[in-house]
Design a binder for this molecule. Structure first.
Ligand SMILES: C[S@@+](CC[C@H](N)C(=O)[O-])C[C@H]1O[C@@H](n2cnc3c(N)ncnc32)[C@H](O)[C@@H]1O
Length: 283
């Protein structure tokens, strides 16, 4: 039965009180760092109404009671429902141009002894970012014989699973150079027919893991480069400050950090110096 939300004047299947919204956004913030403003109320309703239906619950009160009783078993689903996973191949392409033209040559010269390169795509969503990094690396013949690895992580387990499969609908590669698509993707077969799959050589470069950036990091590092783009935009300043401090600890001396187009380290973290548009180097 549809009920009307007095504030929005919209017909809704389940009542969604201010108390429900407050409780859910508080849990989301504590667990993920994501700040869900008033403008996210409708988004939260839509995504969690689906989950409530799936669980066969009577509504948001019921769902909140379930979270209170057993947060651990539901928090993953709640997180998966509230994350924003927008991404694309070679998004903010100047980062990949900088990677190929400046960062890689410098790091290759610097690490020539160990011949080891480590890159972290933090908040990788469905994988377009780490596969774009992988293509950039694989197109550099100078990396032949190197131990080059990309770690790609996200808190949302459903996007990590999709990224790990490397399977994409055709429209995801629309903006890409067709030659690149032919070189690095193969036609999906069986259940992936009509789709593309990143080829084995790209997939072998990347390890996908689910990881909450606010929690413990099991990897030791150091990383030569960290991509953390369009992730901290959803965090408050204090969470951003703590995260960038940890990135500075995790980066090799002079390592590079790429952040999203609307993000900045200005007045947040002084352990990096800007070297280009949303490109930073560990100071
Ligand atoms: C908008 S996507 C950005 C994807 C990609 N980096 C890009 O720029 O195209 C943001 C991603 O950050 C992830 N994220 C949000 N909070 C996180 C957290 N606390 N730990 C790890 N990942 C998080 C989300 O699940 C989402 O997939």
């Amino acid at each position: 039965m549809a009920v009307t939300n007095a504030m929005a004047g919209e017909a809704r299947e389940f009542p969604f009180s201010d108390r429900n919204f407050e409780q859910l956004r508080q849990i989301a913030f504590e667990h993920t760092g994501i700040v869900l403003g008033e403008n996210k109320r409708q988004m939260m309703y839509g995504r969690l109404a689906r989950r409530i239906r799936q669980l066969g619950l009577s509504g948001f009160d019921d769902y909140c009671a379930r979270l209170e009783a057993d947060l651990d078993s539901e928090i993953g689903e709640l997180v998966n429902a509230i994350t924003t996973n927008l991404t694309s191949f070679f998004r903010e392409n100047h980062h990949f141009e900088h990677l190929a033209g400046t960062a890689l040559p410098e790091i290759l010269a610097h690490n020539a002894g160990a011949r080891r390169l480590r890159i972290w795509s933090a908040g990788c969503s469905t994988g377009e970012e780490p596969y774009s990094i992988a293509m950039t690396l694989a197109e550099s013949t100078r990396l032949n014989g190197w131990d080059a690895r990309i770690l790609a992580t996200d808190i949302d387990t459903s996007v990590v699973a999709r990224a790990d499969s490397g399977v994409y609908p055709l429209d995801r590669v629309k903006g890409m150079d067709p030659q690149r698509v032919r070189r690095w993707f193969e036609k999906g077969v069986g259940e992936n027919a009509g789709k593309l799959r990143a080829n084995r050589s790209l997939r072998d470069l990347i390890a996908f893991r689910s990881l909450n950036l606010l929690g413990d990091w099991p990897m030791r590092g150091p990383f030569d480069i960290i991509f953390c783009r369009n992730v901290v935009i959803y965090f408050d300043k204090e969470t951003q400050r703590r995260l960038f401090e940890r990135y500075a600890d995790m980066l090799a001396p002079h390592g590079y950090l790429y952040i999203g187009h609307s993000e900045t380290l200005f007045k947040i973290c002084d352990r990096f110096k800007p070297v280009g548009g949303t490109i930073y180097r560990k100071a």
